[in-house]
Write a protein that binds this ligand. Sequence first.
Ligand SMILES: [Ca+2]
Ligand SMILES: [Ca+2]
Length: 373
Amino acid sequence: MKTSACFVPLITAVLIGAGPNKQMCGDTADVTDTNPTCKGKMVPSAFEPAFLNISKYIWTGENTVPEANNPVGTRAFRKNITSACGKCATCATIVVAADDSSTVYVNGVAIGSGAGWTTGQVYFAPLNPSSNLFAIAGVNNVARAALMATINIHYSDGTHETFITDESWKTVRGAAPQGFQLPATSDSTWTFAMLQGFPQNSFWGNPALPPVLPLAQSKWIWTSANAATTAPAASNAFRKTIDDCTKVAVCATVLISADNHYKLYVNGQAVGSGDSFGRAEAYSIPKLHPTLNTFAIDAKNDEGPAGVIATIHITYRDGTNQTIATDGSWKASQTVPNGFQETFFDDSDWVTATVVGNYGIAPWGSAVAIPPA
Ligand SMILES: [Ca+2]
Ligand SMILES: [Ca+2]
């Protein structure tokens, strides 16, 4: 258990004036902007896949025999998780497997639904800095019943912490209570979940992890039309700015590959680099600006074909998500000017990127290796 000394009360965002980071939308701020725990530097990191095999299948214990049949219906499971001392939680990656289906809630907000235990379902959710309620509605349609989750909490300092479903989760031996997923609902009279099995030794086995993000909707882009065949040996620059005053952006995950090299920047900050078009790398951006974010790529071709491809997944404070793919809307330059990665760099005289082709086209094909969720 975390001690109360680590508890940092949530401060309601008080929107006073426009600070230096608030140019585009005046007074928009996120809860992490005003929390003292979150004042440190925001550090991107390589995306860390879920450790599914350390999690446990649980259910209510209505049948006291593990892996045996259970009543049909919806059951409630929940667990409050407190951030490590001094850490600012920003987002979570949640992988769930369920017999038969599930809906995941974070702090009362529905994040996503899925079914089955052969392949885990992956969700991205915004978090409060210090304390978060994870709730799962598990649905049994027939016979056995179980669910398993791995929750990877991303902290602003670039570190991660993994939590699992286990016998410390609370549940009810009967129908899920009304409002069970809401923080205002008390689970003090609930019972503890019952272990059904470890994934590798259980009836259900260890679910496969899906790719962290898809590339299938993204385009290979460059600055010349026949770049799938040949392009000059040169560095090009690409930029995509997301300027949305209607929602509060919290964090992002980026999947990217290039022929032959890329350097990725978010809001001017270096995130990572790569050198293989046969493989994509994934990165966690633990904290975004609430309303104005710039993704910038310095891409270099050595010889022959040239292209860059990326998928950006943004998680918003309201629990919604947005996927941004490389396409003809990106800005492009055949040189890489000083400061091109900065949010307020003026790219108004840049051209738009040339779409070289859909993911899957030759010479790169449809087998680019993608890290698991
Ligand atoms: Ca079942
Ligand atoms: Ca090349």
